[in-house]
Ligand binder design. Structure first.
Ligand code: R5P
Length: 331
């Protein structure tokens, strides 16, 4: 697989860049997003090779001089997670050995984030291991989006910017719904802070779904906290993986009198039978971002739509390169 990468001394991007030439490099996980970021920054793509040897080892060759450059590597560690993680690490290593001045790992979807604590005896904290790997490969900074848990930033001892898809989602929600009839819903107790943040931005009320298994072996009971009767419910979460959480939440909300149910989820992991499950569900629509490149099945799903976070990430890259505030993007 041949992958294009970008390089250009900044001219259209902020003239205030303090770090000399900036470059965009991408692995194979999400070249479409990298291209869209490149278009936003008006930073033409240059060449690099990120390919496999016959035994599937990853080989990287950066085909331009990066000495002294401020390099941004765009690579989500999405499916196949281990291959894409390895590509990221090897790209960073290649850049470091090529004397890049600063390397930022732009990881819109940070895989392994759900393994952020010891879930039981003798289990790993894989998110911490992945953070160590990225750091030891040679990254100077990390930029990511809607981390599963904000405190994962603390797993890195290098600066970490956790961006939020909320502004992109809020714009879409404002355009599509009568806000007076919208109820934001967190599909589980763990997601309340994220959902509350979005509810606040659109001045909507918040409900919470409390999933509980009363006894081992019995199916999960979904208790809806809050009166959703007559509301257009908007489920907000960071990840949709099997789709089980969303589909069950939609059923529970409709059973409690919700008028209709939509979902805005940052990372469309959508593994296994997720797409079939969502297509067959009572969800009116699932809106995801392009933090993970859409498969053909996602593109063809009648009730799944994708919003792009390319401009948001492009803007954050621009601000990082010119040492301006990134957090003010979310004020
Ligand atoms: C869990 O804490 C996450 O925020 C998501 O709710 C979860 O990963 C969704 O998984 P699934 O789609 O497999 O139910």
């Amino acid at each position: 697989m041949l992958t294009s990468v970008g390089t250009k001394t900044r001219d259209k991007v902020s003239a205030s860049a303090k770090n000399g030439s900036i470059k965009l490099v991408t692995g194979n996980s999400n070249p479409e997003l990298a291209q869209a970021i490149s278009a936003h920054l008006d930073l033409p793509m240059t060449k690099a090779v990120v390919r496999r040897f016959a035994d599937m080892e990853v080989f990287v060759e950066i085909q331009e001089n990066v000495r002294g450059s401020d390099v941004f590597v765009v690579q989500s560690t999405s499916y196949p997670a281990n291959d894409h993680l390895m590509e990221l690490l090897i790209i960073i290593d290649a850049l470091r050995r090529a004397s890049a001045r600063r390397i930022t790992a732009v990881v819109p979807y940070f895989g392994y984030a759900r393994q952020d604590r010891k879930a039981g005896p003798r289990t790993p904290i894989s998110a911490k291991l992945v953070a160590n790997l990225i750091t030891h490969a040679g990254a100077d900074r990390v930029m990511t989006l809607d981390l599963h848990a904000g405190q994962i930033q603390g797993f890195f001892d290098i600066p970490t910017d956790n961006l939020y898809a909320a502004p992109v989602m809020v714009r879409d929600i404002r355009e599509r719904f009568d806000l007076g009839s919208v109820m934001v819903v967190s599909p589980d107790v763990g997601g309340v802070v994220r959902a509350r943040g979005l509810a606040k931005r659109i001045n909507a009320p918040l409900s919470i779904i409390d999933k509980r298994r009363e006894r081992a072996g019995e199916s999960e009971v979904m208790n809806v906290i809050g009166d959703v009767t007559g509301y257009t419910c908007v489920l907000v979460d960071d990840i949709v993986d099997s789709g089980g959480t969303l589909v069950n939440a939609a059923d529970a909300l409709l059973a409690k009198g919700a008028k209709e149910v939509y979902a805005y989820i940052t990372h469309g992991v959508l593994s296994g039978g997720a797409i079939a499950r969502i297509t067959a569900s009572k969800l009116k629509e699932l809106v995801i971002t392009d933090s993970i490149q859409a498969t053909e099945a996602v593109r063809n799903a009648p009730n799944i739509r994708t919003l792009s976070i390319a401009n948001l990430i492009g803007e954050a890259i621009d601000r990082t390169a010119s040492e301006e505030s990134v957090s003010s993007l979310f004020d």
